[in-house]
Each structure stands twice: as C-alpha cells, then as structure tokens.
Ligand binder design. Structure first.
Ligand code: FEO
Ligand code: CA
Ligand code: CA
Ligand code: CA
Length: 575
C-alpha cells in the first residue's frame, strides 16, 4: 500500500515546496549557471568491472586496506597477522573527515572509519581458529588517523606522521557523560573500557574533533554457552548465536554468557569523540548521545552557539534523534567541559500534517522515570525510551546532512519489512528508500519542525536518474546534496554517487563503483576542489568478482580504498 504524499507543507517549508522530477525543490532557482553542470554518467554505462566518473572529472584511489602507516611498517600480505594489521590502514572504509593542516587545503589529516570486514576477506576463513585471527579482525576495525598530502596532482599518505594512529578494539578509551562509571558499564573482570567497532558514519565538531559512530555492535557478540538474553538485550538484537565474527570463542569480552564480562555489550553502541591533532588523547565515548545503532552524528551550531547533533539509528522501525547541548559550545569548551556531555537527547515524531515534534528523553518525564533507574539507565536503553515517548518508527535512518538554508536531510535507506505505511514512511514495503527533509524551529534547537519528502527512490527507479537505497549524504555550502547508495540499483548496476541540486531537485550521476562495492563516506577539502569518497568491500572481498583497485586478474584480493575526485578544470566538485 502507498499513502498519497502531500504536495504542500505547513510551516517554513510550505511556500517553497513543489515536486519536480521526483525530488522536491524548496525554491525556484533564478541562477544563470546551474549548481550542477557536469555530464551525468548514463544509468546503463557501467559493466561493473570499471569505475566510472563523469567526463569532466578525474578520480584516483589511495589508502587501501593494509597500507602500512610507517615507512618501515609491514607491507600488505593476505591475510594479515594481528600485529601487522594494527600498524596498517583498516578495512571497511566508511565515514571520514578531512582536517586541513595547511591553508591551501592540500595537506591534512583524514580521520577514516573502518566499519567492517567479513571473516573470509580479512582472515581467509569463515571463522577464527585462534586468538591471533581474532586480533587481525579486531585490528581491521575502528578508525585510522592518517596524514595525507597532494603532490603533483596525486594524493598520498605521508608516512611516519606524528599524528598517525590506529584506534581499534584493543585501544583504551574513556567514557564520559551520564553513563560514565555507571554499574551498567562495569564488569566483574574490572577490565578497562577498550575499543570501538562497526564505525559507520561520522561527524565533525566546530571545536575541531572527529565523531565516529558505533553501528551494528551486536554482530560481534555471541556465546559459547546457553544464554538467554534479557528483553533489553533483545531490543539491541544481542543473541548467543548473533555473532558474525566468532570472536567470543577466543576473547571472553565478546561472550555474552561470560559472567566476568556481562556488561561488555553496554560499552558499545555509542558516539565516540577523537581529537585527530592530539595523537596521545584517548577517544571518548559520549554517553549523553544515547546508545543505539548509531549511523552518523551530524553537528550544527544552533541558537546561542549550542551544539546540535542529528543522529540516525539504522535499523528497521528505529528512530531519528537529536542532541542539543545545554550551553553554547564555546562556553562549555572555555570551562573545560565537553558540550556533548550535558544536554538533552530527543527522538523525532513525524506527524501526518507535515509537522513534527522532538520528544525529550528525560527522567523529568514520569513515564520514563517509572521505566528507568536513572539517566544512565535511560541512555543505555535509549531505544526503549524513544518507544515509550511515541517516536515514529522509521525505514532505517542512515546519514543526516544540513544544507546552507538550514534544511536537514536524512536518508531512509529501505525497509522491506514495512507492512503499514505512515506519512513519513509512505511505502509498504519500501525496497528502495527515500530522503526526508525537515526544518527545525528556533535555529535547530526548537522542539517543533516541519518536514517533507525530498525524494522517494521508487518514483525515480526506472528513470535515468534512478537510485536505490540512499545512504551516505553530504550537503555542500552552495546547496549540492551528494548522495551515496548502498543496495540494489536498477538492472543490478553497482552502487553510485549522485549529486542533487536542492534548488531544482535535479539529480546527476557523478560516479559509479564496481560490482559488489558500496560507495560511502564523503569528505571535501575546504576549497571543495577535492572530494574524498570510499569504495567499501569491492567485490564483497571476492577476487573472482573484482580485484579493485588492482586490475582484475581473478585472484588478487580486492581492497577497500579511498577515492579522490576532482574536476579536470580544477573547479568545485559537483559543479
Ligand atoms: Fe553502516 Fe547503516 O550503514
Ligand atoms: Ca551506511
Ligand atoms: Ca546502508
Ligand atoms: Ca554499509
């Protein structure tokens, strides 16, 4: 069933909205030069073996999985040892941010997430048979901080950088905010809090730090013994047979049934802050932002300089959240506090009339005070709190981007299990996804908003600007929206990167990946002359599908890597 979609909205978006070729445009453009002027890659052009980019562009790959960080570091040998992998770029390249070190923007630090790598690709077998294989897998995950530079038109790693580091499952981290030091995060083993995993999308704070988001943490926990997960654990899909990695056979931290590590799984599912320019500073888990399967953490400066963080929980029927700091970020930083430790977490309710409300998740709500012991308990179980207050179950919220007009965009990637549509999720089932748009009152800090559909992929699926399962998202300062896909595309074509002109709603295909890969992660240099984007799991790790970025030979293992995309004429990427 399909609910008819509104063509008019209330509130600030109302005057502006109209449906064009599938994507909705807020304002009629009066510009002489279009925002997006390149020749799109035709929908059917890809053979799946070759990376394609629009004619006006050039593309280069670098930072492959396994590249050593040091000049005398271990070269990539497949499969890597645990020791080698800890000194090499990880796998599963995903969200990333570029932090410039030079005023010309040609030199900087890239903080890069390593979301996941399946066992056959990373360790060469379906499951680990010893602890070193577990360590290889653990060290392939996490984050890399890499110094990079463009020389003679080519980007590359700067080896032996004082900033370079790998953060993985065995890196000590701190915990801050309301759940820090709480019994729910303590184990009988008294082991320190270590590591980050399934680092999906990201965020960047106005105070110069990187946010990395822990998504499907449940997939790393299992149990060798019979273990009955609690109702609350089940809501986070923790299950004795739920591990895709088998770490629990050799590392008891990941054994749900091990009495010494009973709360280890509560230590994951957070947003983690990293200072890329302070290589000795520990990453910090910011618990005020709630525990769920965090996709990304998009930060904007709201009214009174308050830090506003938009957050998606990527699971079918889970929610969209935002966090608003209590005081302005400058004031908090000046007082030696983190703006991300003190504030309010909200979950979104999207109403039929095109308005919505941010519902606070606070112990001031009598229903939540009844349900939870304290604020830490609430935040550890944020999903349950959001259900109690009546947030709208969504079709897998992925990335959030904020455009120059303050409009907020969120990819809802798909939901094949939806049986009942609602206004914000109008397709049942929803195999191809959508992009939702809203505008918050009160410069992002208000509790009310108006919303509409920017794009419903089903409307475009058979058209030239076809896309399916939108996921990665970035809005540039001029109003171009970069959209990455992760899922089925029309006629089984590979995943792609499109650019939408948010003023006209037009979509143009900038890049098409190779078979089996996801295109994800978006970071630009400050001059917008280089856009970095990632090729994740090319060929799903199978050399018979592709050897990307090496030439196909049927046997060279494909490697996740980063692409640098530039206009041949040196212009702004996306134009
Ligand atoms: Fe890691 Fe929801 O993508
Ligand atoms: Ca994603
Ligand atoms: Ca996805
Ligand atoms: Ca993905």
């Amino acid at each position: 069933m399909k609910i008819p979609r509104r063509t008019l909205l209330k509130g600030s978006l109302a005057a502006a909205v109209g449906y064009l070729t599938g994507a909705a445009a807020p304002i009629a453009s009066s510009r002489a030069t279009p925002l997006v002027g390149f020749t799109p890659v035709p929908r059917t052009a890809s053979d799946g073996r070759t990376l394609l980019v629009a004619d006006e562009y050039e593309v280069q790959s670098f930072l492959p999985w396994g590249q050593p960080l040091e000049s005398d570091g271990p070269d990539f040998r497949w499969p890597p040892t645990g020791e080698a992998q800890a000194r090499q770029v990880g796998i599963g390249h995903d969200g990333m941010t570029f932090f410039p070190l030079s005023s010309d923007g040609r030199h900087g630090l890239l903080a890069l997430n390593h979301e996941f790598g399946i066992n056959p690709h990373v360790i060469g077998s379906r499951g680990p048979s010893n602890l070193d294989q577990v360590r290889t897998s653990q060290h392939a995950h996490g984050v890399s901080v890499l110094e990079i530079r463009e020389t003679n038109g080519a980007w590359d790693l700067v080896p032996d950088s004082p900033y370079a580091r790998r953060i993985h499952l065995n890196t000590e981290v701190d915990v801050s905010g309301p759940a820090a030091g709480h019994a729910l995060l303590a184990n009988r083993a008294a082991n320190p809090v270590m590591g980050t995993l399934n680092n999906c999308a990201n965020g960047q704070t106005p105070w110069g730090t990187y946010l990395t988001c822990e998504e499907n943490f449940n997939l790393y926990f299992g149990s060798r013994d019979r273990f009955d997960p609690s109702e609350r654990q089940q809501r986070y899909n923790l299950h004795p047979k739920g591990s895709h990695y088998g770490w629990h056979a050799f590392d008891p931290r990941f054994d749900l049934g091990h009495a010494d590590y009973a709360n280890e799984s509560n230590r994951f599912g957070w947003v983690v802050e990293i200072d890329p320019k302070a290589p000795d500073a520990k990453p910090v888990k910011r618990t005020a932002l709630g525990r769920f399967k965090h996709e990304g953490a998009t930060v904007v400066e709201g009214r009174d300089s308050r830090a506003v963080v938009y957050l998606g929980d990527d699971q079918r029927f889970e929610f969209v959240y935002k966090f608003v700091s209590r005081i302005g970020w400058r004031e908090a930083i000046a007082a030696g506090q983190s703006p991300l430790d003190d504030g309010t977490l909200y979950a979104a309710r999207f109403d039929e009339d095109g308005t919505g409300i941010w519902l606070p998740l606070s112990m001031d709500d009598p229903a939540l005070a009844e349900q939870f012991e304290d604020t830490a308990d609430l935040l550890v179980h944020a999903r349950l709190a959001a259900t109690t207050v009546g947030a709208t179950p969504m079709d897998r919220p992925e990335w959030v981007a904020v455009g120059p007009t303050g409009d907020v965009y969120c990819t809802l990637t798909n939901n094949t299990r939806r049986k009942e549509a609602n206004a914000a999720n109008p397709m049942a089932p929803n195999p191809n996804g959508s992009i939702l748009r809203w505008r918050d009152e009160d410069d992002h800090v208000g509790t009310r908003f108006s919303w509409d559909h920017f794009l419903i992929a089903d409307d475009l699926y058979q058209k030239e600007d076809s896309l399916g399962s939108p996921d990665g998202l970035w809005a540039d300062p001029e109003g171009r929206l970069f959209i990455c896909t992760d899922g089925d595309q029309f006629e089984d074509k590979p995943n792609q990167l499109l650019v939408a002109d948010t003023q006209t709603g037009r979509l143009s295909r900038l890049l098409v990946g190779v078979n089996g890969c996801e295109i994800t992660g978006l970071a630009a240099t400050p001059d917008q002359r280089t856009l970095f984007v990632n090729v994740q799991h090319p060929g799903n790790g199978d050399p018979k599908v592709t050897s990307f970025p090496a030439d196909d030979d049927g046997k060279t293992i494909p490697r996740d890597c980063t692409l640098a995309i530039r206009r041949k004429d040196g212009g702004i990427v996306g134009s």
